[in-house]
Ligand binder design. Sequence first.
Ligand SMILES: [Zn+2]
Length: 375
Amino acid sequence: MPFSKITGHSAIIDNLRSMVDAGRMPHAVLFVEKEGYGALSVALATLEYMFCREHREGDSCGVCSNCIKTGKLVHPDIHFTFPINVSTTIGGDKRGDVEQFYPAWRELVKRNPYFGEQELYKALGIDNKLGTISVAEANSIIRKLSLSSYEGGARVMLVMFPERMNQEAANKLLKNLEEPGNGTYYFLISHNPERIISTILSRCRIVELHPIENGILQQELQRRCGLNEEDAAFRARCSGGSLGKALELIGRGEEQSEENGIFISILQNALRKDLASLMDSWEQIASCGKEKQKGICIEGGEILRKLYMMSLGLEEISYSSAGEREKLRELSGKIRPDFYQKGTGWLNNALECIERNVNPKFIFCDLCNRIFYNI
Ligand SMILES: [Zn+2]
């Protein structure tokens, strides 16, 4: 992917381009971002520019053999690593190394380079397990980088989610990361840099990506998804500068998430004073998984915020979608004005209790009770 195809981040791209031009690319670069900002695209475009034989107007040419191989993620001197679960194998292959996951990795990166950690695990078929970058993988990285370059140019290791490297693996890599040798580069991409072992962190040049500006994001959504100006502006505002998140919201369409629906029905049942249905709801939530329970609290907070804005007559800045507006309008007319702030506090409290592994039956029984008596 050439630089010109990237949405936003122009100052960072200018900086990376001039480092390549001047031959001053640091040997270890850590790209830090929130999910969906586009660090992987920026890193891949930088690699394409580094390897391209025919720069054109400050960008890669897109047609030389290096550009083609880089674009297809098959350049022999560009290696990838990412967290995997070694107990999962594909097609009975028990080597447990990262290369068996390359086809799934390539498919994911081409389809959606804005993916988060969970989406990676889903694509690799290990979504019920936690991935790690093991010490065996660290040894394999060092081995790969010790071979001479296949095409006579640079050698690169791109590490996705280095925060999943354990202490032993990190220790193995440290020296190599500090002095990888001439023409060898590490590109690391992290969504949680605070979890990276500090000795690794201190050896990297940090490139921090910022949220994409609303105007740029809006234009991109109009171009990519054919949205009209108003819809694109709405999605851009909801996504907090993350193109990945905006695309996900659009993918979901007007259809509301299940979490959203559950919380709305709690409010409706509380307003109707329908205690039996409300009890059904909390029993249903208590039997869900932890992530879903957290999702209900997060969506619930978002719904209360929208209802509050509507109750103040600020419907246009409640950022509610056309599909949910009617339902929310009806609710906001019935809820007591002092409920919103209290409700947000209870939801935050419930989130903390879920994290602390409090019995979910207690958490949601208490939450529904408070909503029932105070709405
Ligand atoms: Zn090229």
